[in-house]
Design a protein around this ligand. Sequence first.
Ligand SMILES: *Cc1c(COP(=O)(O)O)cnc(C)c1O
Length: 385
Amino acid sequence: MELQPFYRDTWVEVNLDHIAYHVQSLKQILPEDVKIFAVVKANGYGHGDVQVARTAIHAGANFLAVATLDEAVALRHKGITVPVLVLGATRPQDAPLAAKLNLTLTVFQLEWLVQANEMLNNEKRLRVHLKIDTGMGRIGVKTAQEINEIEAYINGHQAFYLEGTFTHFAQADSLDKSYYDQQLSDFKRLLESFRQLPEIIHCSNSAASLRFPEGHFNAVRFGISMYGLSPSLEIEQELPFPLKEALSLKTRLTHVKLIHKGEKVGYGSTYEASGDEWIGTLPIGYADGWIRKLQGQEVLVEGHRTPIVGRVCMDQTTIKLPTSLPVGTEVTLIGSQGSELISVNEIAQKLETINYEVTCMVSNRVPRVYIQGGKIVEVSNGLIS
Ligand SMILES: *Cc1c(COP(=O)(O)O)cnc(C)c1O
């Protein structure tokens, strides 16, 4: 058990049992031969890369996926030895590091392979997955000819091993299936142009793996819903098992005071008391990812909702209290308290964004406390470690 210290009354709680539950539940609905990539990019969507990775692997995930090589290197430095796929583009000059650390890279340009080949020393083969763009429009090859050229080049060069191929859906979280169907059929058509199909073929993100678990090749990439969040609001009712949010964001009152009619609060003095009011100060602000647009958002104190008043500052936020409460009283910004819940989706709606962005936004300055079996099993402080 690793308990890194932290010295502030603001923290994220991550329920690792919820992460494990989603991996296990997905495994139950997938055909037996379908493997799971646990997607832990962006510090595990803000939950903590290595803690989520370990939990997911223990619960039955087979591989990990991240967006950048740095994220993959970080996992190796933290002792993760399972295969890690870098989903985004990597520079050719960084290919030798990937090979050395046994990391798998995504490739989609012949020129990239030629350049990387010059730098690889052939001692350790670089595992690659060929990305096919079927309509996402970011990275990936689009034609049978490109697939043939890249496959032939890889087969002719010892430095590489073509282990997998994949595509990514742009609308698997939409109730209208037509764009998804089109991408899937284009992917199937392009797979026919391989002389020999790679071993791992994958296309499904959370939305596709939960909604269409039957049949799509032999691996899925499970991201947002591993964290207990629906890929979109419109498909939430359609999901095959209930999701349980893993992340809560908590803080404690640092100061409580009575203000009188006409007294003002915060930068720009945007809030003015209309009578005697109790104001509480919270040690969290936009530098923690609790951004200014959250002015007016409710928080939970003593099991009740109460609003943020005045501007959110870099490091502090002020709330209206129903009554005088002691300094140190716990305040929940995301999560449940008593019978009340402020979900990640509620914050996303307030910010006119998606739940993905909300958990990613909680900054490195906020320590993460990991809960398993109702107990704290690990504490991680991104600042002091
Ligand atoms: C982020 C990402 C995923 C995971 O998507 P979720 O919607 O979070 O499940 C899968 N594949 C690729 C290529 C990604 O970039």
